[in-house]
Design a protein around this ligand. Sequence first.
Ligand code: MN
Length: 256
Amino acid sequence: MSSPISRREALKTLALAGASLALTQAPEALAQTPVAKPAAGAAGATAAPTGPFTLPPLPYAVDALEPYIDAQTMTIHHDKHHAAYVANLNKAVAGKPELEKKFLEELLTSLDQLPPDVAKAVRNQGGGHINHSQFWTSLSKTGARAPSAELAKAIAQRWNTFEAFRAEFDAAAMSVFGSGWAWLTLDAKHNLEILTLPNQDSPIMSGRTPLLGLDVWEHAYYLKYQNRRADYVAAFAQVVDWDVITARYVAEAGGH
Ligand code: MN
């Protein structure tokens, strides 16, 4: 539905609104997402712009997802881990005006055109930035707990039931060996697919549209769940905001 041009325009609008890097989220979806004030300190010194990329504040208080995701994990995950991806990404593009002016999505889809050291940094740090920027906005305590509209239909066509989808998605998350993510994505033909990617690799790198990512790096859950990744995966399912995920799907594939 959205052409590359209109999508780029939408991205620029989002960037101007200070919501840069909510790349796969339609403006409507943003409007539907309750944007609570970040907790004090969430956008502290680490968010000071020292380059083109900035750490977006959490769209809710750090304890908003308790008890499923605890406040301490949220604080460290956002204020330390995500902030570090942003800082290191800015370092990688510093002094390279031709890169500084590009949207991260463009950089991630043209890694082979970058010098190897820059490509590595964009892949790891830029991937970390874009993945986490979407991750925070995928979650809430108040959103729908199941997909609706066209996404509900597409999931039913592909998996028969939402429960069957859930089982495959959770199994994917459990199968990640080492650090990585489980993803629900759209491929270039707008087919839904579940996949896993290592480290901070983004589905965008292979031309896919990420709809929902589940971070299974140990930093995402170890403080509360230790080695019990299955408990974390089950808890995550309790806070996925399917209103947001549905809006992403409709924005990208609606009418197809
Ligand atoms: Mn993470």
